[in-house]
Design a protein around this ligand. Structure first.
Ligand code: ITT
Length: 194
């Protein structure tokens, strides 16, 4: 099988995680930056699936490799799964992640802090191929204050239940075993039979 894959993301944190998880299986992951592509796909979908397809499909039309895309987010139970699909846009609207953490802490005062990360991967092998989806969830809770600075995005305020550790404090290899992305990628690996 073709072990060259294009990852349709402009998020450096995601790219690093895909490389770390897939490189040991011999995959070479290209990013938009590697191919000098400057494309930011508008996420007009109302579900992770729709947005992941929009990204994979837009890039698959212009690159010579099978494409993976990743639409993901942090869903907080007490906030009706907010910021969810808007996780990236919410941080931007707050002026950055530290401000977004503070705003979430404020909204969560006196409320239950259960939350989970969700990831939907879309795989489009060829321009006319049917898109395939692989999903993963990582349950946990929102901390009372940021902890550590590992990972990216909302990692510093997330405590992962499965390993009983803060994502802001764990090393890359540990996050990449238990994260929502790791779980979605495990399903992709089963599909690829690798
Ligand atoms: P691309 O669309 O270019 O891939 P993006 O960051 O805009 O990059 P999304 O629209 O899927 O991607 O938004 C996902 C956001 O959810 C991301 O920017 C983080 O804020 C958050 N997020 C997703 N996975 C995360 C993780 O593993 N750790 C921390 N935050 C995460």
């Amino acid at each position: 099988m073709n072990k060259q894959i294009f990852l349709a993301t402009n998020n450096k944190g995601k790219l690093a995680e895909y490389r770390e998880i897939l490189a040991p299986m011999g995959f070479v992951i290209y990013s938009p930056k590697d191919l000098n592509i400057d494309l930011d796909v508008e996420e007009t979908g109302t579900t992770y699936r729709e947005n992941s397809f929009l990204k994979a499909n837009a890039f698959r039309k212009i690159v010579p490799f099978p494409v993976l895309s990743d639409d993901s987010g942090l869903e907080i139970d007490a906030l009706n799964n907010f910021p969810g699909l808007f996780s990236s846009r919410f941080a931007e609207s707050c002026g950055g992640y530290p401000q977004a953490y503070e705003e979430l802490f404020r909204r969560l005062e006196g409320k239950d802090r259960s939350a989970h990360f969700r990831c939907c991967i879309c795989y489009v092998e060829s321009p006319d191929a049917k898109p395939l989806y692989f999903e993963g969830i990582c349950p946990g809770r929102i901390l009372n204050a940021p902890s550590g600075d590992h990972g990216f995005g909302y990692d510093p305020i997330f405590h992962c239940d499965e390993i009983d550790q803060d994502f802001g404090l764990v090393d890359e290899a540990t996050k990449n075993k238990y994260s929502h992305r790791a779980k979605a990628l495990q399903k992709l690996k089963l599909f690829f039979a690798i």
